[in-house]
Design a protein around this ligand. Structure first.
Ligand code: ATP
Ligand code: MG
Length: 446
């Protein structure tokens, strides 16, 4: 992509309305534009990041056995009356009346809808377990939309729902999603730590929130420092091995990790030695919980057991704040020059910077690099604007591109360009071809 032909409305000024770094940087980098309170348009750069995040979520959901569907944003109030939530949900729900005076709503979540679908489509215990999910826009009329996409009113969520015959089955589905979340966030270059959440009237231990540590997070978190160092790495997961999944969940839940909702100071002090006690703030990136027959019972969604009786599904729901994640990732990964994207979710993987636009040698070398990097399967942004070098660096660093190939007439005389890492600032001087090979290898496209 040539920057001279792209749509990248970067802003020099710091927007006054933005209170936290990610909101400021998303506006300044031209990623989003507010349409109305808590509602945003995703501009090209932001949209690319959102799509990359979505793609990782899709891949990891399906790897864990979840099946994609797509339910509508607009739902009928009738279903919500059956579950009793139409009145319970209160002012956060956007209620709509159609021309026939039918009561509708813009879905804040989809438990009722998916339970109706599962009740229709799943008859027998032989058809279980199943996990269905979609990535769809939600609307919640939050009292205080703020921090840009982090707490929007319209926001994109991945929500999965599991269907099992009994609680043991539900635990296996829960564990699948738990491990899938570990992988999902790790692939995005993030550390999202599972913390015990409030189980409310359902009770039990099957509810966790996944929090990304960041100073501006809305939740206070208390955890054993050792948890922050756990990683899955490239370990292959056998999704059919329930014991192996349980072992991973046990490893991640063995130590104390809670948010302010569930924190108990006395337990924290008893279980965690002082030098390992970490008190910090976190952003909720995902939430998984088991809710049993809360929706299947009132909606009469049942399945036949081996002995021929009908029982309501045992279910859980599993959310990821897809449109919150760009903000959360930026909170965890930026510096005073701008965003520092992890490679897996960067809008462009490499920027080619032409230090002297109009110089025949520099233009030629940049064209060549742009073409060859693209052919190698890399997502390239070529800064071909007629701008000073300083302005080009400022833009590319603001928007957080992980790697820069810097091309100028002086280096080209020696046959070299510079490869610069956004994260470390480390610079390597090498031939254009070596730079291409390095980048292709780095991104696994070699
Ligand atoms: P919160 O406590 O932040 O309001 P929640 O408990 O209401 O979250 P869930 O209903 O579990 O959230 O939704 C699943 C995920 O959707 C959350 O973990 C979060 O990442 C995301 N999310 C929830 N509300 C919003 C919002 N207003 N804007 C953006 N993302 C949101
Ligand atoms: Mg909420």
């Amino acid at each position: 992509m040539r920057l001279s032909r792209y749509f990248l409305p970067v802003q020099k000024e710091t927007p006054a309305e933005a209170e936290i770094a990610s909101h400021r940087l998303m506006l300044r980098a031209g990623m989003i534009r507010q349409a109305s309170a808590g509602i945003y348009s995703w501009l090209p750069l932001g949209y690319k990041v959102l799509k990359k995040i979505e793609a990782i979520v899709h891949e990891e959901q399906q790897a864990a056995g979840a099946i994609p569907v797509l339910m509508p944003t607009i739902q009928s109030a009738d279903l919500w009356r059956q579950s009793g939530r139409y009145d319970d949900y209160g002012a956060e729900m956007l209620r709509i009346t159609d021309r026939g005076e039918r009561e509708m709503l813009y879905g804040p979540t989809n438990e009722e809808q998916i339970t109706e679908i599962a009740g229709f489509g799943i008859r027998s215990y032989r058809d279980l377990p199943r996990i269905l999910y979609h990535i769809q826009w939600k609307f919640r009329d939050e009292v205080r939309p703020r921090f840009g996409v982090m707490r929007g009113r319209e926001f994109l969520m991945k929500d999965a729902y599991s269907f099992d015959i009994d609680r043991e089955g539900a635990r296996r589905s829960y564990n699948r999603m738990f491990v899938s979340y570990l992988r999902t966030f790790e692939r995005m270059g993030m550390k999202a730590i599972p913390m015990r959440a409030d189980s409310g009237p359902i009770g039990g231990d099957m509810t966790h929130e996944f929090l990304i540590l960041a100073e501006t997070g809305e939740s206070a978190v208390f955890l054993d420092r050792d948890l922050a160092d756990l990683t899955l790495g490239d370990a292959a997961i056998d999704w059919e091995d329930a014991d192996a999944l349980q072992a991973i969940v046990d490893r991640y839940t063995a130590s104390y990790a809670r948010t302010d909702d569930t924190h108990e100071a006395a337990v924290f002090e008893k279980e965690v030695p002082e030098e390992r006690r970490l008190t910090a703030r976190g952003i909720e990136a995902g939430h998984i919980f088991y809710f049993g027959t809360k929706y299947s019972k009132p909606l009469n969604a049942t399945v036949t057991t081996p002995d021929g009786t009908n029982v309501p599904f045992e279910s859980g729901s599993y959310g990821i704040g897809v449109s919150r994640l760009p903000g959360a990732i930026i909170e965890a990964s930026h510096d005073d020059r701008g965003i520092v994207w992890p490679e897996a979710v960067a809008p462009f993987e490499v920027a080619v910077i032409n230090l002297r636009q109009g110089d025949a040698a520099a233009d030629g070398a940049c064209e060549d690099l742009h073409g060859k990097l693209t052919a190698a399967g890399l997502d390239v942004l070529y800064d071909d604007r007629d701008e000073r070098a300083g302005a080009k660096f400022a833009t590319i660093d603001l928007i957080g591109i992980p790697w820069k190939v810097v091309v100028g007439p002086r280096g080209l005389k020696e046959g070299v360009v510079e490869l610069v890492s956004r994260r470390t600032g480390e610079t390597e001087t090498l031939t254009p071809d070596a730079a291409i090979n390095r980048l292709a290898a780095l991104y696994g496209r070699a």
